[in-house]
Design a protein around this ligand. Structure first.
Ligand code: GLN
Length: 535
């Protein structure tokens, strides 16, 4: 039998950003996976940063970290949450990375004196990376960041245009997503933006096979017919991507609209109908909660909840497990003068972060959780603040701090280890990705995970200072997880407290609705008990 060749699906967007291209790509992946296909993803980002690791989360949203330690676009988080695909360094390529490689080759003389140009050198480099990501899978879903018409997208669009000729027409499908606004004053859905956006795509030589229309309502047949006529696609290739209450409804809606059916037809793939049982179950849990719990998240980037994407989702996943609705109340740590306003929450979470701003507010929130016995989960910076609060107020180490916040602190309980001290570059130089951790039997962390050895993802520079470990343990702090050699403290907790656990790592990156993170499940369980929400 001939080897089955990989099929390529390219997802582009038009009109404006934030149309949910990432979610649509992830959902399409989920549908194809539910049809028994092996799938993977590639996100092409047209900006010149080598990776999003150095970008401000206010501008760019969360930096998603993969198991192999890549700092990537948050869309990779959607891909992993919606499917079994495991993302890695090769699954996110920026223009910066492409140019960096091309210029490196030029300096090495690899181009043998040729003139180095966008076409073919940059486009070939992009195509190589597309092939690399696709290797070994039935389907690659490749999402192009930005919107068509952007100057910087052009090399990427040219590359994906060429792929069709390289791999054959029947192995390539172009999906374009654009906005169909409802204009209330006219009482009408407007198709002109889609028409213009498709026209723009055609000027770079790409004719879409399928058009996803982002709208607030299902498109009537007449509107679909009009889009099909003007954009030259089949009527059943015009798919409504309707706004939804919960993102976990998207695969079901796109399936109802016939997206996966059409994709398999365009690509000539024979599969059975998808089994969407697990999606219906999640939607049922999300739409019919039996209790509600409020979690106060005390952080810095609270104005832009996109920067806490994976955390938010991990809390919701744990809620699905308990059939509970999780309300997240974002509290700006800089404005938190009186932490007692957090008393009404059933749980307190201090998330990751960088820099000194708002540090005292976060420490006060930790103190309230500890003293008032409110369930507490600390993540990364949130773990470091737990150690600082404990050092100051239980172990009596006056002025204890992290050297990130106060360089001249008398008690640097959180500090850089020697291997971090000499680093000058900012990009990709933190402790990143999966690191093994050994849990202490009998602790809350051990109970939550149900196993002794785990691996979770990291993204930080500073560490629990080993020189303070003995003193803090003597005062009652439990170091419930460490690196296998015992040198790095990975989780701390309090014994005499209903639930106070803080991890140096980020369990939220590996949480999915089907496999919620153990720590989050236990945290929400404790919050439900505390808030009288059941269980
Ligand atoms: N700023 C801290 C560090 O670099 C924590 C990082 C984080 O919370 N992701 O160690």
């Amino acid at each position: 039998m001939p080897e089955r060749s990989t099929k390529f699906i390219f997802v582009t967007g038009g009109v404006l950003s934030s149309l949910g291209k990432g979610l649509a790509s992830a959902s399409l992946g989920a549908l194809l996976e539910a049809r028994g296909l092996s799938i993977t993803f590639l996100k092409l980002d047209p900006y010149l940063n080598i990776d999003p690791g150095t970008m401000n989360p206010f501008q760019h949203g969360e930096v998603y970290v993969t198991g192999d330690g890549a700092e990537t676009d948050l869309d990779l988080g959607h891909y992993e949450r919606f499917t079994r695909a495991q993302m890695a360094k090769i699954n996110n390529v920026t223009a910066g990375k492409v140019y960096d490689t091309v210029l490196g080759k030029e300096r090495r003389g690899d181009y043998l004196g040729g003139t180095v140009q966008v076409i073919p050198h940059v486009t070939d480099e992009i195509k190589e990376r597309i092939q690399l990501a696709a290797e070994g899978f039935d389907v690659l879903i490749c999402e192009v960041g930005g919107t068509v018409g952007d100057i910087e997208s052009l090399p990427f669009l040219e590359a994906i245009r060429q792929v069709r000729a390289d791999v054959g027409r029947e192995n390539c499908c172009y999906v374009h997503i654009a906005l169909v606004p409802y204009i209330a004053t006219a009482g009408e859905l407007k198709t002109k933006p889609v028409q213009h956006s498709v026209k723009e795509l055609r000027t770079v030589g790409i004719a879409p096979d399928i058009i996803l229309c982002r709208t607030d309502r299902f498109l009537p047949k007449g509107v679909k017919a009009k889009i099909a006529l003007f954009c030259n696609v089949d009527e059943d290739a015009v798919i409504t991507a309707k706004d939804v209450e919960t993102i976990y409804e998207v695969p079901l809606i796109l399936n109802q609209e016939g997206l996966d059916e059409k994709v398999t037809q365009v690509l000539n793939i024979w599969t059975g109908r998808p089994d969407l049982g697990r999606w219906s179950d999640i939607l049922h849990r999300a739409s019919n909660p039996e209790s509600t719990v409020t979690i106060a998240m005390v952080g810095k980037y609270v104005d832009l909840t996109e920067s806490y994407k994976s955390l938010n989702e991990a809390l919701y996943h744990a809620g699905f497990h308990h059939k509970a609705r999780v309300n997240i109340e974002y509290v700006d740590s800089e404005k938190l003068e009186d932490p007692s306003s957090l008393r009404n929450a059933s749980g307190i979470l201090v998330p990751h972060g960088f820099g000194a701003r708002g540090a005292e507010g976060k420490i006060a929130a930790v103190g309230l959780a500890r003293e008032q016995r409110i369930p507490y989960l600390g993540i990364c910076f949130g773990m470091q603040f737990s150690v600082i609060e404990f050092a100051r107020n239980v172990a009596g180490l006056v002025g204890a701090n992290s050297t990130e916040v106060d360089e001249s602190t008398a008690h640097p309980v959180i500090d850089l280890l020697p291997e971090q001290r000499d680093i000058e570059d900012m990009g990709a130089t933190m402790r990143l990705g999966n690191w093994p951790c050994v849990l202490k039997p009998g602790t809350k962390a051990h109970k939550a995970y149900g196993q002794e050895r785990i691996a979770e993802r990291h993204r930080h520079r500073y560490e629990f200072n080993p020189e303070y470990r003995e003193r803090l343990e003597a005062a009652g702090l439990v170091c419930s997880g460490t690196s296998p050699d015992g040198r790095l403290v990975e989780i701390v907790e309090l014994e005499d407290h209903p639930w106070f656990v803080a991890s140096q790592f980020h369990p939220e990156f590996a949480s999915t609705p089907f496999r919620p993170s153990a720590l989050f499940v236990d945290f929400i369980g404790a919050a439900l008990k505390y808030g009288g929400g059941g269980d």
